[in-house]
Design a protein around this ligand. Structure first.
Ligand code: HEM
Length: 587
């Protein structure tokens, strides 16, 4: 092409600039809708806009948006993020198709989500577990992660959680004496951070102590020594990292990288990820040195990081290690698994406890019934000896937890994706389409739960037959079922037992509803800084915490107020944790 032709072309473009831009947009729009109207599935759902899909209707709160969509389009529909379809289901027969299989050989839904560049940018597409698409690497990580459901680990974790909860309650007693009200969501968040950080790394982060110091009640700062100095900052960065997962997974790359404000958020999320990995790298190296400097005849502290670093080495902590491999983990693998303990373990459990506290404060009869059960099982409310074995007897407490997770699940929906095309009620869902199961919609459907808006733990103790199969799977099911479920249950039970032994709680406003902010998980919040489609947030405090003194006199008083449980033979329990080991055929 001669210089002359280029010049002529340039002139044509210059004089027709607006027409060319308009024509390009027109072609993009036509192309978008040709693809849309010729899509293979043609599921119902909100009408998408070119380039952005339904992003404008979803905003920052996927949970609120899927609530609305569910009401309009039912229990099988699709929405669009850019030009990618997202299918949403809340029908037990379809849930079974997605989550039913416990074998790698038979499941079609082995992937968490369709390929996403954003997830790779977060370092998650080929590492760790939750969003890992490399099945070989994922399977190895899962084997190592299984340690956190082993009885020796759970026993250690009960001891550790107990100590951390005792410390928290000491603070609450002081606060109560001062007549102050507490923001449950912040305190439970801090408690969860303390428990997870110490169990994961062996290092305290003093999150509850720092919160107590903020109140300045005793006019002095606590002496905090030997802690992970960046620990609290780290757990906050993990909250942000979790928040960024839905953002990076759902928003199209061009939108994330070019749209004003969104591109700044995108950069902020990626910087946050880099900081997390730097911090993890530092913590892992420190622990490695600590292990190297500990003489062979001296015991190592049993925490998850030490376990990961010592498995298949001469220092293997056999007493809580469950899986045997012929090689130690690489540093990169250790960091990914440790990161997963934080991303999976922080928001989920603490928010579940926080929402539970909200409902218990409103339903004193449930609280007292739970206290009665603790008294029946341990024979005392005065510092009962907590054992893993005794936890199996706490059927009502387990029902309370189940009901809490049902009525306000911190994990409101979660995706899986198939490796081949599948049929959903006559619609073809193409391979590698992200399929969300909407737990919120399932849990609030009167077809599956009578009076779903009522907090009623007894429903989990009545006839098992009344539950439709696959209508309630708070921890998922099958090959990718939550590996932290037993640990989460042990933490929640420890907290509730100690709570009913130590405090009475009451609600300031019985008509109040829980406030939350969506950040991949539903996080319980008193104040919300982020805009949300569904709620406008106002000043909000719900709980009055009253310590009880576990004296004989008080016990009698508690006894007379309690509703007696039915005899155990009348109670049919729906097992929360399926008795299957989904990993038997993995390696
Ligand atoms: C109340 C607490 C929790 C709830 C409701 C919850 C819920 C879930 C759900 C629904 C899934 C998807 C499972 C599936 O695809 O079948 C999941 C996966 C996962 N959870 Fe949890 N979880 C909780 C606590 C924890 C804890 C304490 C950990 C700590 C380690 C954890 C780590 C994970 C991981 C790593 C995955 C990904 C598994 C995979 O893709 O292979 N979770 N969780």
């Amino acid at each position: 092409m001669s210089i002359n032709t280029v010049y002529q072309l340039f002139n044509i473009i210059k004089s027709n600039f607006f027409s060319i831009v308009f024509l390009s947009i027109f072609i993009i729009v036509i192309q978008y809708y040709i693809n849309y109207f010729n899509r293979p599935s043609r599921l119902p759902g909100p009408f998408p806009l070119p380039i952005i899909g339904n992003i404008h209707q979803i905003g920052s709160d996927l949970a609120a948006a899927t609530d609305e969509f569910n009401k309009k389009y039912g229990d099988l529909y699709e929405f669009y993020m850019g030009s990618s379809p997202i299918v949403v289901i809340s029908k037990p027969n379809l849930v079974e198709k997605v989550w039913g299989s416990s074998s790698l050989k038979t499941t079609k839904f082995i992937m968490r989500n369709s390929y996403s560049e954003g997830i790779d940018e977060l370092g998650l597409g080929t590492k760790g577990m939750v969003l890992n698409r490399n099945i070989e690497v994922w399977a190895i990580n899962r084997k190592f992660m299984n340690v956190i459901s082993s009885p020796p680990f759970l026993r250690e974790s009960i001891n550790l959680s107990s100590k951390t909860i005792d410390k928290l309650f000491e603070y609450w007693k002081i606060i109560e004496k001062e007549g102050a009200q507490i923001d449950i969501s912040r305190w439970i968040d801090a408690l969860g951070a303390d428990i997870v950080a110490t169990t994961a790394t062996g290092k305290g982060i003093a999150a509850t102590t720092k919160l107590f110091d903020e109140l300045n009640i005793e006019n002095k700062k606590s002496k905090i020594q030997g802690i992970w100095q960046n620990g609290v900052k780290f757990t906050k960065a993990i909250h942000k990292y979790n928040e960024s997962m839905a953002f990076m997974m759902l928003l199209p790359k061009n939108f994330r990288k070019n749209f004003p404000l969104i591109k700044d958020l995108n950069k902020n999320y990626l910087d946050n990820k880099d900081w997390i990995y730097q911090e993890l790298d530092r913590i892992v190296s420190e622990k490695q040195k600590e292990i190297e400097n500990t003489p062979l005849d001296q015991p190592l502290e049993p925490n998850i990081l030490t376990l990961l670093l010592t498995t298949n080495t001469e220092r293997d902590l056999d007493k809580i290690s469950v899986s045997k491999f012929d090689r130690p983990l690489t540093n990169d693998e250790v960091i990914s698994i440790l990161r997963e303990v934080f991303t999976g373990g922080l928001d989920t459990t603490s928010n579940s406890v926080s929402f539970l506290m909200f409902y218990l404060a409103k339903h004193r009869e449930v609280y007292l019934k739970m206290r009665q059960e603790v008294l029946d099982v341990y024979g005392t409310l005065d510092n009962p000896v907590l054992t893993l074995e005794s936890y199996g007897k706490l059927k009502y407490t387990e029902a309370v937890i189940n009901e809490g997770i049902r009525i306000f699940p911190s994990v409101s929906s979660i995706p899986r994706a198939a490796t081949e095309d599948v049929e959903f009620d006559g619609y073809t869902i193409k391979a590698d389409t992200t399929v969300y199961t909407d737990f919120n919609a399932l849990n609030h459907n009167p077809k599956y739960f009578k009076d779903p808006e009522i907090f009623n733990p007894d429903r989990f103790l009545t006839d098992k037959e009344s539950f439709t199969k696959y209508s309630y799977i708070p921890f998922g099911n099958g090959v990718r079922v939550c590996p932290g479920r037993a640990w989460a249950m042990a933490q929640m039970k420890t907290f509730l037992i100690k709570l009913v032994c130590t405090f009475d709680i009451d609600s300031n406003d019985k008509n109040d509803t829980p406030k939350y902010v969506y950040r991949t998980f539903q996080a319980h919040r008193k104040f919300n800084k982020m805009p949300s489609i569904r709620h406008t947030f106002s000043k909000y405090a719900f709980s009055k915490i009253l310590p009880i003194v576990p004296s004989r006199m008080h016990l009698r008083k508690v006894d007379s107020m309690c509703v007696k449980l039915k005899s155990p033979s009348d109670i049919i329990i729906i097992p929360l944790i399926p008795n299957i080991d989904p990993h038997l055929d993995l390696i």
